[in-house]
Write a protein that binds this ligand. Structure first.
Ligand code: GLU
Length: 463
């Protein structure tokens, strides 16, 4: 039987890192076993479900390179199926209508707790067959009354729960809408899911789902409950995949980091997509929780910025820059800048911040740097520098190098005399890549324009 797994987000929010990790583990598991990865949007919450979240979730999957193998399933399209299955269960005696009022249930809940029977209040109508016409009803499933249920979980190991913990939970509300634990089973069975891989927070649901499987006469799938990720607080880690993308994370970095958040293969850290597919298995998943660490995420991203082919990275960066309204061409120059800048930032965002002077027409110069470096004593050298550079036949790194060094020699100075002033004039500050390559990559018109602006500043200070 071929493996079929699914990721089942609800569309009540964006795809955050925890969800993305669950999706990734499902995806890798499917690819590893040559199986299918499916996506099901749990959109039955009429108040909180929103189409913009569905779009964002699908978009994030596409960007991460985890597109589902079949059409996306929407629970809202399947309401009739859930109701039909609930009717089947009433028919077979595995579920029943409960006409209790809220007050009756509340009263019974208090008694149940006092007597130590924690679930009795969910069974008020289990053995009744009267059907009062003036009352609304919900449909409840019959939980086992004795014994225990065990899950052989691929990650958590064997987990058992006593029947006394299990309630006759509601499968259809009084307005006819189905509940999560019921839909999930109907869907997973209907979609022929073989392995349910999801967060450990769902382990308690799994026991309830087991008796739904049983009642519906389905063989339950296998389960793997992933450790939760600690430190994904509202404040920091709960940012969406989309936000990380906007910050300039690349998919290789994010995927690699997420893969390592709870899964390990020896002490290897960096994995290509192919390696992950080849090596991933639930046996490598840690049962205890992983800690979210933003610095580590940045480290992975930086490593992948360095590993990608320069052409490929330049293409991604161009897209990123266009979204930020920089007018850049995807040309040799951008590839050169990419080569240099990828070691100087951990994200495309940081690369951009560190190098925006390559892409802007106008730059702002740091005032302190101007004060320190564009000083009257270098006026003469600076004038000559502009002349000799303007005379160059080819604007390339090698010729710029020789020309500037010759100039320094003629003036009996080291390169240091001119390097920072040129940087401040052409980039606005003192931290840029190597002087000659920076000038080369700026291109002749931009470089000369800015040197002339620098010259004006120096002149104004001699007055
Ligand atoms: N919609 C549920 C969630 O987002 C799905 C859980 C499951 O995979 O069964 O947590």
């Amino acid at each position: 039987m071929s493996v079929r797994v699914r990721f089942a987000p609800s569309n009540t929010g964006y795809l955050h890192l925890g969800g993305a990790r669950t999706a990734l583990f499902n995806y890798l598991f499917a690819r590893h076993h040559d199986g299918d990865f499916l996506l099901r949007v749990e959109d039955t919450d009429q108040e909180r479900s929103q189409e913009k979240y569905t779009d964002a979730i699908l978009d994030a999957h596409e960007w991460l390179g985890m597109e589902p193998d079949e059409d996306v399933v929407f629970q809202s399209d399947r309401m009739d199926l859930y109701r039909e299955k609930a009717e089947d269960l009433i028919e077979s005696g595995d579920a029943y209508r409960d006409y209790s009022t809220e007050e009756e249930i509340e009263e019974a809940r208090k008694e149940a707790f006092a007597s130590g029977d924690k679930t009795a209040h969910t069974r008020l109508w289990r053995d009744r067959d009267d059907e009062p016409e003036d009352r609304d009803s919900v449909v409840r499933i019959k939980a086992p009354l004795e014994g225990s249920l065990t899950v052989e979980d691929h990650v958590q190991g064997e987990v058992t729960v006593d029947a006394e913990e299990l309630d006759d939970f509601v499968i259809l509300r009084s307005d006819g809408t189905p509940t999560y634990n019921f839909c999930v089973v109907v869907d997973d069975a209907d979609m022929d899911i073989t392995h349910v891989i999801r967060g450990k927070d769902h382990l308690n649901n799994t026991f309830r789902q087991l008796y739904v499987y049983d009642a519906l006469g389905y063989e339950p799938p296998e389960f793997g409950h992933l450790p939760l990720i600690s430190g994904l607080s509202k404040r920091k880690g709960s940012r969406s995949v989309q936000e990380y993308r906007e910050d300039g994370y690349i998919r290789e970095g994010l995927v690699n980091y997420l893969a390592r958040l709870g899964w390990a293969h020896g002490d290897q850290e960096l994995f290509s997509r192919d390696e992950l597919v080849e090596l991933f298995g639930l046996d490598g998943v840690n049962a205890s929780s992983g800690e979210f660490d933003e610095d580590k995420l940045q480290w992975f991203n930086a490593e992948w910025l360095k590993k990608l082919e320069a052409d490929e990275l330049a293409e991604r960066w161009a897209t990123y820059l266009h979204k930020r309204d920089f007018e850049v061409e995807l040309d040799e120059r951008l590839v050169d800048i990419t080569e240099v800048m990828r070691a100087r930032g951990q994200t495309l965002g940081e690369m951009t911040e560190e190098s925006d002077y390559f892409f802007k027409d106008e730059i702002e110069r740091n005032e302190d740097d101007v004060e320190e470096w564009l000083t009257p004593d270098i006026l003469e050298m600076f004038e000559e520098l502009i002349e000799v550079l303007a005379d160059l036949d080819d604007w390339d790194r090698g010729d710029i190098d020789t020309t500037i060094r010759d100039l320094c020699d003629r003036h009996g100075e080291g390169l240091g005399a001119i390097a920072q002033p040129v940087r401040v004039a052409t980039t606005g500050g003192t931290s840029s890549p190597g002087l000659f390559e920076t000038l080369a990559m700026l291109g002749r018109p931009r470089a000369l324009n800015r040197l002339n602006e620098g010259l004006e500043i120096i002149r104004s200070r001699t007055e």
